[in-house]
Every structure is written in structure tokens, then in C-alpha cells.
Design a protein around this ligand. Structure first.
Ligand code: FES
Length: 264
């Protein structure tokens, strides 16, 4: 496995992207697909990295950070929970409109594993977004990967079908409307510990309990932190996290950290 700090940096660029499609899914998540307005290829992006999007600049001062849901040579997909002012404004962008995007930013998940490794991806809520690109990347490398997806209620088939097409998917819901009723930490696949690496993204509480779980079972793991961000460039200090290396900016030192770096 290539440690995070040895990942080859990919130079960030300012991109002029055009909306190819923008759809509000039944669960209320926004699925945005962007293409390069100049017809050029999308720059290389690593799963777990993020982008900063300039949304509705007349009313929203700062760019907003979003996880990369999927990236191909000609498209960038985002999965967004439209809760804040910028994310709500993002719903109004229609096919053909342009968005200014800075990408890629931050450090992504590890992607180099042995064929004997088994990786469990665990996502909660909109934290599932970066795990699709990670699952796809790992499967293309022939890595044995499974996914546990925790959702309040029955998640969007538009999301789950994509995962099912590439890897075994285990759904957990709070209300029992689909899959296992309970938390991702309680799911039999998580509990069985038949994997030697976990990669996690989701609500803070979920990640903290998984951090306890992997620490207790000595399972190597990476966590993608969702601290509030503004500049995305290490300048405003609003995303600081206390780690074993001291206080660091999640936007530049993360968002992905090894579990041993986290002091939860
Ligand atoms: S978002 Fe400004 S320092 Fe991280």
C-alpha cells in the first residue's frame, strides 16, 4: 500500500465546467454531472480528493467544497446534500450553464493494495459520495472490495445500483426500510472483521464509533473528514483538526487521514 503522504501530487487547476445534467434524487441529494466547457480532458483526480465550486457568486462569497463522486476523462460528478445556501443555489443550475471549479484538492484515499487485501468501504449519508469513485478505482485495480452504506431510510436506487454494478453492497437503514436495520458499526459485515483495511466517510458520530471499532480490532483504516471548510487552501484555518502531528488543516493535510493520526 502506498502511504497517503507518498501519493503523487496532482496539480490543482481552475476549470471552466459546463453542466451536463443536474438532478434532485428522491432522497433529496443533488446529482450534478459536469463536463469541460473547452472540450479538454478532465485533469486526473484521486478518489477522496475534493473540489471547490464557485456557486452563485452574487450571493455566496466563498467557493464551496464538495467530494468527488466520480471522475472520468470527460466528466466530473458530485453528490451534494442541498442544505446550505450555496448547495441550494446549485440546484438551479441547468444543462449548459457554466461553473468555475478548482480541482483537485487535498489528499485522497490509498488505492495501492495487494491482491490478498480485502478493503471495506463504509459510508454514511452523503458521505457515500467519495466511496463510489474509490470503489470503482479499486475494482479496476482488481482489489477485493465490499461496501457498507448507512442511510436514514431506503437510499436512492440511482446510487445503490451503481455500487451494486461493481462491488457487493450492504445497506443499513435507521428505520429498517431497506437492508439491515441498525448502524454501520453493527452490520454483520463490519462486525465480522474479515477485511484488513477500512475506508470511511460519513457523519462525525459514525466515524468516531468506527474509529473506536477499528482501533480495538487493530484494523488499518482511513477516514475522510468532513470538517467545515471555507477557502479550501489552508488560509482561513476554519477546518483545523487536532491530530497526532498537532493542529492541521483538513483541506490541505486531509481530508483523508489514517486512523492512527486521529486523536478521537
Ligand atoms: S478551509 Fe480554509 S484553511 Fe481549510
Amino acid at each position: 500500500m502506498v502511504p497517503l503522504n507518498e501519493q503523487k501530487p496532482v496539480k490543482k487547476q481552475q476549470l471552466d465546467l459546463r453542466v451536463r445534467s443536474n438532478e434532485l434524487l428522491p432522497s433529496g441529494l443533488l446529482h450534478l454531472c459536469l463536463e469541460n466547457a473547452l472540450g479538454a480532458e478532465m485533469p486526473a483526480m484521486l478518489p477522496g480528493q475534493f473540489v471547490e465550486v464557485a456557486v452563485d457568486k452574487a450571493n455566496v462569497l466563498l467557493n464551496r467544497p464538495y467530494s468527488i463522486y466520480n471522475c472520468t476523462s470527460d466528466s466530473l460528478e458530485l453528490l451534494v446534500a442541498p442544505l446550505g445556501r450555496a448547495s441550494i443555489a446549485l440546484q438551479k443550475y441547468i444543462k449548459g450553464e457554466h461553473l468555475r471549479v478548482i480541482a483537485p484538492l487535498g489528499h485522497g484515499f490509498s488505492t495501492e493494495f495487494n491482491t490478498t487485501d480485502k478493503v471495506l468501504l463504509i459510508g454514511g449519508g452523503v458521505g457515500i459520495a467519495p466511496l463510489y469513485y474509490q470503489a470503482r478505482t479499486l475494482r479496476e485495480k482488481g482489489v477485493n472490495v465490499e461496501v457498507v452504506y448507512g442511510s436514514r431510510t431506503n437510499p436512492d436506487a440511482r446510487i445503490t445500483d451503481r455500487f451494486k454494478a461493481i462491488a457487493p453492497l450492504h445497506i443499513c437503514t435507521d428505520d429498517g426500510s431497506a437492508g439491515f436495520k441498525g448502524l454501520v458499526t453493527q452490520h454483520p459485515v463490519t462486525q465480522a472483521c474479515e477485511y484488513n483495511f477500512a475506508q470511511v466517510c460519513g457523519p462525525q458520530k459514525m466515524m468516531e464509533s468506527l474509529h473506536k471499532f477499528v482501533s480495538a480490532h487493530n484494523i488499518n483504516a482511513e477516514f475522510s473528514l468532513e470538517n467545515k471548510m471555507a477557502c479550501g487552501l489552508g488560509a482561513c484555518l476554519c477546518c483545523v483538526e487536532n491530530t497526532t502531528a498537532g493542529n492541521v488543516c483538513v483541506c490541505t493535510s486531509g481530508p483523508v487521514f489514517n486512523y492512527k493520526e486521529l486523536t478521537w
